[in-house]
Design a protein. Structure first.
Length: 303
């Protein structure tokens, strides 16, 4: 009996640990993917990650067994296109932008979606924080010397695709839940795997790349999606969303540890401002905004 009670009392802590491991796995996979850029290119790693990740998801969920109504087909198509485009743009941005900065800029997509239509004074505090963070991170004025404008634009574009993913996801997956990810990933692969292979570096055709690419797909897809689903079923939505707001910080740490990237003081302040805006918006989001509450819950297969 005492063991059971102990297990219950520790369940939230275990779920938090599981989610943190998922974030570390995801951003570790992104760092490993970036390390392959010289050999296979950004588009090449997009193709490998999407293709191999899709194979793993198809083995798990068997999407060919799913049936979608006519009303679900357009959202499903948009969902898959948003997923593929998000991956494609994100990896392209990583060619010239530090991992932590790219993830922070990408986070502005769901953050903007969460704050749309807000009218309370407190919500404008989060808007102001997000704008301040963007001001520090985007290449304005002197910061154009430290952040590539095209790379920053690509990361923001990935964030816009993330917002579209969030809007289309609930309608596309209303009946099939997590299994919809496999079908969306399959749609994304049909378009972006050939596109990525077309512009990949010659090294992508070397067999030595496959084991590392499999590890990227495992770290970036299979492990984090499975662990996030475990956390989703055990944590309140607000706690889950607030913890997910740490993603840019985890990404920055991963870039520093595995890629030798460094952030300037201005970039660090911008990243912190976006984390605080995201966490604050999640914690103070009103329950009546059920659709916007899914912004942090419907966590996509982020690169």
């Amino acid at each position: 009996m005492s063991l059971s009670l102990s297990g219950k009392s520790s369940a939230p802590a275990v779920s938090v640990a599981v989610l943190l491991i998922a974030m570390l796995s995801l951003q570790g996979g992104a760092s490993l993917a970036k390390s392959l850029f010289p050999a296979v290119g950004a588009t090449g790693i997009t193709a490998l990650r999407l293709g191999l990740g899709t194979l793993m998801l198809c083995v798990i969920f068997k999407p060919w067994r799913l049936r979608f109504t006519r009303e679900q087909r357009l959202p499903l198509l948009l969902y898959g296109l948003a997923l593929g485009c998000m991956n494609f743009l994100f990896y392209l941005s990583l060619r010239t932008v530090p991992l932590g900065v790219a993830v922070a800029l990408e986070f502005t997509g769901p953050l903007t979606l969460a704050l749309l239509g807000t009218r309370r004074l407190l919500d404008f505090v989060w808007v102001a924080l997000a704008v301040a963070g963007l001001w520090f991170l985007l290449p304005f004025g002197d910061s154009m010397k430290t952040i590539d404008p095209l790379g920053a634009a690509l990361a923001v574009g990935a964030g816009a695709c993330w917002a579209l993913y969030i809007l289309a996801g609930p309608r596309a997956g209303a009946e099939h839940g997590p299994a919809t990810v496999a079908m969306g990933s399959l749609i994304a692969s049909v378009i972006f795997v050939p596109l990525g292979l077309t512009f990949a570096e010659p090294g992508i055709w070397h067999w030595s790349v496959i084991p590392v690419a499999l590890l990227v797909a495992l770290l970036s897809s299979a492990i984090p999606y499975s662990l996030e689903m475990v956390a989703l079923t055990r944590l309140p939505a607000r706690i889950f969303g607030t913890l997910m707001s740490l993603e840019p910080a985890v990404a920055a740490l991963s870039g520093i540890l595995f890629l030798g990237e460094t952030l300037s003081l201005k970039q660090s302040l911008g990243l912190l401002a976006i984390i605080l805006a995201s966490a604050g918006a999640t914690l103070t989001l009103k329950p009546r905004n059920s659709q916007l509450k899914k912004v942090k819950i419907t966590t996509p297969p982020q690169p």
